[in-house]
Structure formats: structure tokens, C-alpha cells
Design a protein around this ligand. Structure first.
Ligand code: FPP
Length: 238
């Protein structure tokens, strides 16, 4: 089976650049190019949802100049690519904490979501200033406020209600999570949503990620048996 939702931890921009004697900024720029290609490939392969980890809530600890570069690249990506994404029927959503972002970035994110809100060909979710623990905590607080004010009964809180208070409300859980650059960790990405995701770790750095890598990851996914805590088809038949 093909995954309906692929999520990607786009890792290795810095190492890609360092290996070429280039500044890290060049790696991030090449990373945006790889992202453009990935959106296209995901669409062509008929996968409905793509989520990408573009800036984590922990990335603020990077040098100021690198943080500025990443903010600049997001601005550029939305300004340059939004019209084309819209033309191709891509719906854009952003997850993460927007509170402390620059006002112009906040408006760009809103513009991208509003312009593409009715599109149905494919969904692109950009995780920006995103951290899963932060997201879970914000959801828990918003539920606690509702309970405190009497708007909601504590026993009415179940997995669905909780999920609907996360930034990803209405977005299906990822089936496949890909991480490039050889690292094998989740780094505070989609902790709640990844409960039954399959993981594929690829050795290539993100700027080198291409359609073939996506196809490899999807083929690996398709060959796996997902049991969701139950037994497999073979065991069930015994
Ligand atoms: C990891 O590489 C990548 C990031 C921290 C950000 C991912 C960002 C992009 C692909 C470009 C920006 C895209 C948008 C839309 C803003 P790294 O720097 O951690 O690489 P390293 O581990 O080799 O140092």
C-alpha cells in the first residue's frame, strides 16, 4: 500500500555545504530547491499529504545569522512559490507556534493558508517554529482551560478531542516518516501523530534528496507489514 501521508525531517543541509566548502546558508538554499522537487514528486506519485520539518522550536539556539537565513528562506519560498503551488491545487497549512514570529512572516503564513484553503489536489504542511512537546503542552493547556471554565467535562477528553486541539487538527497521522542524513531520531517532530508511523532513514543529505529516494522510501514502506498493535495477517489466519 502507498502511504497517504509522508512526513520528512529534512536533515543534512549544513553537512552538504561543509562537504563542498560552502557556507551553511548555501546548504539551506539548496535544501529549498530539494523541497520544491519533493513537493512535485510527492504530487506525481499520488501521495495526498506531505509534511516537512522546516524550522524547529529548538532551531532558535543556532547562530543569529543562520536563524535569519532560515527566516529569509521561508519568506522567499512563500513569495516565490505560493502562486505556483496554488495553480497546482496544493493546499498549504502551517503547524507550529506562530506567536513569536515576525509580523510579516505571520501574515505570509496566513496568506498562504487562506489563498490555498479550497485546493484539493495535494496538501503541503510546513512545520515552522514547531516542537511536538510544545504543541502537546499548548493542546493540554487549551483543554484544561475548557474544563476549568466548565465548557468541557474532563471525562469527555479522549484521543479524538485531544488530537483536535493539536496544530495538526484535521490532518491525518503520517504513515511514513523519512529522515535524511543518516541520523535516526525524531527530534521533537510529530510525537503524538507518529504513534504508528513507519520510519525510513536515508543516508543522503537533504539537498541531494530526489525522486528516486522518495520512491525507495515508499517501496520500503510498502514492503512492511503494519499491525497497529494487533497481529499480522499470517498470524491471524493460524
Ligand atoms: C537541517 O539541516 C535542516 C534544517 C534545520 C532546516 C530545513 C530547512 C530547509 C530545507 C530550507 C528551509 C525551507 C524553508 C521552507 C524555510 P542542518 O542544518 O541541521 O544540517 P546539519 O545537521 O548537516 O548541520
Amino acid at each position: 500500500m502507498k502511504p497517504a501521508h509522508v512526513a520528512i525531517i529534512m536533515d543534512g543541509n549544513g553537512r552538504w555545504a561543509e562537504a563542498r566548502g560552502l557556507p551553511r546558508r548555501a546548504g539551506h538554499r539548496a535544501g529549498v530547491e530539494a523541497l520544491r522537487k519533493a513537493v512535485r514528486s510527492v504530487g506525481e506519485l499520488g501521495v495526498d499529504w506531505l509534511t516537512v520539518y522546516a524550522f524547529s522550536s529548538e532551531n532558535w539556539s543556532r547562530p543569529r545569522s543562520e536563524v535569519n537565513d532560515l527566516m529569509g528562506l521561508l519568506r522567499l519560498f512563500i513569495r516565490r512559490d505560493l502562486a505556483e503551488l496554488h495553480q497546482n491545487g496544493v493546499r498549504v497549512r502551517i503547524v507550529g507556534d506562530r506567536e513569536n514570529l515576525e509580523p510579516d512572516i505571520k501574515s505570509l503564513l496566513l496568506e498562504a493558508e487562506n489563498l490555498t484553503a479550497q485546493n484539493t489536489a495535494m496538501n503541503l504542511v510546513i512545520a515552522f517554529n514547531y516542537g511536538a512537546r510544545d504543541e502537546i503542552l499548548r493542546a493540554a493547556k487549551s483543554l484544561m482551560r475548557k474544563v476549568q471554565s466548565g465548557e468541557m467535562e474532563i471525562d469527555a477528553v479522549d484521543f479524538d478531542t485531544f488530537g483536535n486541539h493539536l496544530d495538526t487538527a484535521g490532518i491525518p497521522d503520517p504513515d511514513l516518516i523519512i529522515r535524511t542524513s543518516g541520523e535516526q531520531r525524531l527530534s521533537n517532530f510529530l510525537l503524538w501523530q507518529a504513534a504508528y508511523a513507519e520510519f525510513v532513514f536515508l543516508p543522503c543529505h537533504w539537498p541531494d534528496f530526489g525522486r528516486e529516494d522518495l520512491e525507495t522510501a515508499i517501496a520500503t514502506f510498502s514492503a512492511r507489514e503494519r499491525r497497529f498493535g494487533g497481529v499480522g495477517a499470517r498470524e491471524a489466519a493460524l
